[in-house]
Design a protein around this ligand. Structure first.
Ligand SMILES: Cc1cc2nc3c(=O)[nH]c(=O)nc-3n(C[C@H](O)[C@H](O)[C@H](O)COP(=O)(O)OP(=O)(O)OC[C@H]3O[C@@H](n4cnc5c(N)ncnc54)[C@H](O)[C@@H]3O)c2cc1C
Ligand SMILES: NC(=O)c1ccc[n+]([C@@H]2O[C@H](COP(=O)([O-])OP(=O)(O)OC[C@H]3O[C@@H](n4cnc5c(N)ncnc54)[C@H](OP(=O)(O)O)[C@@H]3O)[C@@H](O)[C@H]2O)c1
Length: 438
């Protein structure tokens, strides 16, 4: 159901994925009227498989790797009769129930793509859409998702087989009886390799840095419930909790070098977790093999850094995503500029009135974290939380950048990294204090 533009709405939300919806709920709870523009014909963003917005990176076999009890919203948990790890369809169903429960669809204009967000007079923002909307708002909340624009590697040479990015992977069917190379060792790469390996003739994973492979279960309990137990129940500091987790995982997994996977040079707690219950056993079955980084593409062959050469029919680049905003000039905000400069990972200091929601990559789940961002944004817009001046924002950003550099691996995929516990605590503390960043 689409709703007419509300005449009194002075806030615009771009996107009706899990981020846009939870922000909308928070605005509604504060009595703040908004217009939400959504490119696709329904809510759910990337969790709607084959979404007609053309942007979803979901593949048919995708199961969310955050376990049920850590995934739901604070006042709308996932029922305990659901499986530990929801499929994309099951999570979408939950999100639809959330939207229906809190009447969130009514504020959404579907099939409406925002084409431009530009500064307007008196500190307002002009929003234009492909359906002819052209109006100004005091605030624009950008919740368009950041996992849809493929980041492709630039390997030397030329490959004559099929090449796709994981964003375009849906099922193993087109790769039946083919020799397939999957580049990368993040969650997309391991999920896709596991999905492919029963139908393709051979599956090879290529990794430059390696990654610690974590199982989804430890002693029958989802791995993120163990970390929740250590940090929330036992109140251990994050570093202590993570180092205990690293030991438990090493005990459960053993030495991953036995499977041909290099042991990363960095400690486990410095990286974004790669979770798979199946990858190592499937390497053990001989269904998946592992190679180092690609050195050269040579027609139908790939030459790897160890000098080995192998023929492939297809390469799937599971190499992550660029952070881009097609409706925003890069002079206003450039998501590819490093480091990313956002106060509390939400506000660009020199662009009052612009907010980003969901522009984070947490150690921990994104979905409930954005709920807290939504509460923070609504509190700021309602005047219940004051934000510092530009210099104060810059100081907070510098501190965050220093934290990122000292904590995570130095690679593109960590540009948006936050620690769930620290970051949600900071946002909640701001709301409680009525002032942000103190
Ligand atoms: C394969 C995969 C698996 C993941 N697994 C997990 C997980 O296990 N746990 C977890 O917490 N997170 C996971 N994530 C991260 C996930 O992306 C976030 O958790 C979250 O659901 C993203 O929601 P979003 O609303 O920010 O973005 P999206 O779901 O991408 O929604 C953005 C919406 O904005 C709309 N939009 C975009 N541009 C415009 C425009 N110009 N005008 C109007 N509308 C527009 C889109 O149509 C879309 O509906 C995963 C991501 C991927 C890619
Ligand atoms: N089941 C799930 O819940 C699920 C499934 C898929 C994705 N996700 C989530 O979605 C997000 C995106 O995941 P993703 O796996 O698509 O991307 P990602 O986390 O950014 O991982 C990209 C991978 O590609 C590698 N890579 C990047 N550029 C490369 C290059 N030029 N040459 C060689 N290797 C390169 C990276 O290695 P380096 O480490 O060396 O940079 C990394 O292994 C993450 O938050 C992830 O957790 C979740």
């Amino acid at each position: 159901m689409t709703a007419p533009e509300t005449a009194r709405a002075d806030i615009c939300i771009i996107g009706a994925g899990s981020s846009g919806m939870t922000v909308a709920k928070a605005l509604k709870a504060r009595g703040l009227a908004y217009d939400c523009f959504e490119k696709g014909s329904d809510i759910g963003g990337m969790w709607r498989y084959q979404n007609d917005n053309g942007l979803s990176s979901a593949y048919a076999s995708l199961h969310i790797d955050t376990s049920r009890d850590n995934l739901g919203y604070s006042d709308f948990p996932i029922p305990s009769d659901r499986p530990d790890f929801l499929s994309h369809a099951a999570f979408l169903q939950h999100l639809e129930a959330y939207a229906d429960r809190f009447g969130l669809r009514e504020g959404v204009r579907f099939r409406t793509t925002v084409t431009a967000v530009e500064p307007a007079a008196e500190g307002r923002w002009r929003v234009r859409t492909d359906t002819g909307v052209d109006r100004t708002y005091r605030a624009v909340i950008i919740a368009n998702g950041h996992l849809w624009d493929p980041r492709l590697p630039e390997f030397p040479g030329r490959f004559e087989g099929t090449q796709i990015h994981s964003h375009h992977y849906r099922t193993a069917a087109p790769f039946e009886d083919q020799d397939v190379l999957v580049v990368g060792l993040g969650n997309s790469a391991v999920d896709i390799a596991v999905d492919l390996c029963r139908r393709a003739r051979s599956v090879t994973i290529s990794t430059r840095r390696g990654a610690w492979i974590m199982p989804k279960y430890l002693m029958g309990i989802p791995v993120d419930r163990w970390s929740g137990f250590l940090s929330r129940k036992l109140r251990l500091p994050t570093t202590v909790a993570r180092s205990i987790m690293a030991r438990l995982i090493r005990l459960a997994v053993g030495d991953q070098r036995r499977f041909g996977l290099k042991r990363p040079d960095h400690p486990m707690w410095r990286e974004h977790a790669t979770l798979s219950q199946e990858l190592l056993p499937y390497i053990g079955h001989g269904w998946i093999t592992v190679k180092p980084d690609v050195a050269l593409l040579d027609r139908e062959d790939v030459i790897f850094r160890d000098g080995s050469r192998q023929r492939f029919d297809a390469i799937i680049h599971a190499t992550g995503y660029r952070t881009t905003f097609p409706f925003l000039s890069t002079e206003i905000f450039d998501g590819e500029r490093r480091p990313v400069r956002l106060f509390r990972r939400i506000l660009p200091p020199e662009r009052p009135g612009l907010f980003f929601a969901g522009l984070v990559q947490p150690i921990g789940p994104t979905i409930p974290l954005v709920e807290t961002q939504g509460l923070w944004i609504a509190a700021v817009l309602a005047g219940a939380v004051t934000v510092p001046d530009g210099a104060g924002m810059e100081r907070e950003i510098e501190a965050h950048v220093a934290y990122q550099r000292s904590t995570y691996v130095d690679a593109e995929r960590y540009a948006l990294e936050v620690d769930y516990r620290h970051y949600s605590h900071a946002l909640k503390a701001d709301i409680a204090a009525g002032t942000a960043g103190r």
